[in-house]
Design a protein around this ligand. Structure first.
Ligand SMILES: Nc1ncnc2c1ncn2[C@@H]1O[C@H](COP(=O)(O)OP(=O)(O)OP(=O)(O)O)[C@@H](O)[C@H]1O
Ligand SMILES: [Mg+2]
Length: 229
């Protein structure tokens, strides 16, 4: 599904060019649950922003299901993003003065669905993430873990090809982190491809594949062995 060929990325920092990614080549298949780890500043967010179609300004080639992503114009790149990927962030990024249901339904509103269909789909995914009957609540009245569930509902409501999560448990206590991770595992079991950045070895151990990045380079890429399986 995802195929990166020698992808490099430089940022302008003042008058200098800073190379944040060095010739990354990588394949990710549909159905995988991938963890990306590495020290702060190693290039993890830079990498997943390219993979998740937020950034199309890089060297090398990105093939996505037969489309050469780096050759798309701005509009087609944005369309690919809207249709193919769901994002989950550390700080949830919910809209404060909108209800849970409105937050989750926003991508469907952008996609042009009818109000009645939106409400039905939103209630379905809210139930899927363990938050039935919360359409009319406000995010601020929910716990951190519940807010992250809302963000996950928003990420899956368009039925994207894959999810990108940048430290989704970074702002949560360890018990809540385990619950959120269990939700990701369930989504993955049901066929959702997930690429997740984490600083937590315990979180990474629950995935199927661990990619380590160091100084913008692929350091290792191994299958995760699960005890007893
Ligand atoms: N917009 C930007 N402009 C200039 N430099 C940037 C920009 N974004 C990132 N960088 C630099 O690129 C490098 C990689 O940054 P990136 O955010 O990908 O790291 P990261 O691995 O996600 O770190 P963290 O774990 O702290 O989130 C860093 O040195 C950072 O300073
Ligand atoms: Mg980051």
């Amino acid at each position: 599904m995802i195929n990166l060929v020698s992808v490099s990325k430089s940022y302008r920092q003042g008058n200098e060019n800073y190379k944040a990614l060095h010739e990354i080549s990588l394949n990710i298949n549909a159905g995988e649950f991938v963890a990306i780890m590495g020290p702060s500043g190693s290039g993890k967010s830079t990498l997943i922003n390219i993979i998740g179609f937020l950034d199309n300004n890089f060297d090398g080639q990105y093939n996505f299901n037969g489309t050469v992503v780096n050759e798309l114009n701005r509009r087609d790149h944005a369309r690919l993003r809207n249709q193919s990927v769901g994002f989950v962030f550390q700080n949830f990024k919910l809209i404060r003065n909108q209800s849970v249901g409105e937050n989750v339904g926003l991508p469907l509103l952008y996609a042009g669905l009818k109000r009645r269909d939106i409400i039905a789909r939103v209630n379905d995914v809210l139930e899927q993430v363990g938050l039935p009957d919360s359409y009319d609540k406000l995010p601020k009245n929910l716990s951190g873990g519940q807010q992250q569930r809302v963000a996950i509902a928003r990420a899956i409501v368009t039925r994207p090809n894959f999810l990108v999560a940048d430290e989704p448990t970074g702002a949560l206590d360890s018990a809540t982190s385990r619950e959120i991770l269990a939700l990701f595992e369930e989504l993955n079991r049901n066929g959702t491809t997930i690429i997740m950045v984490t600083h937590d070895e315990n979180v990474a151990r629950q995935t199927n594949r661990l990619i380590r990045i160091l100084d913008g380079r692929l350091q290792s890429d191994v299958e995760v062995q699960h005890a007893g399986s």
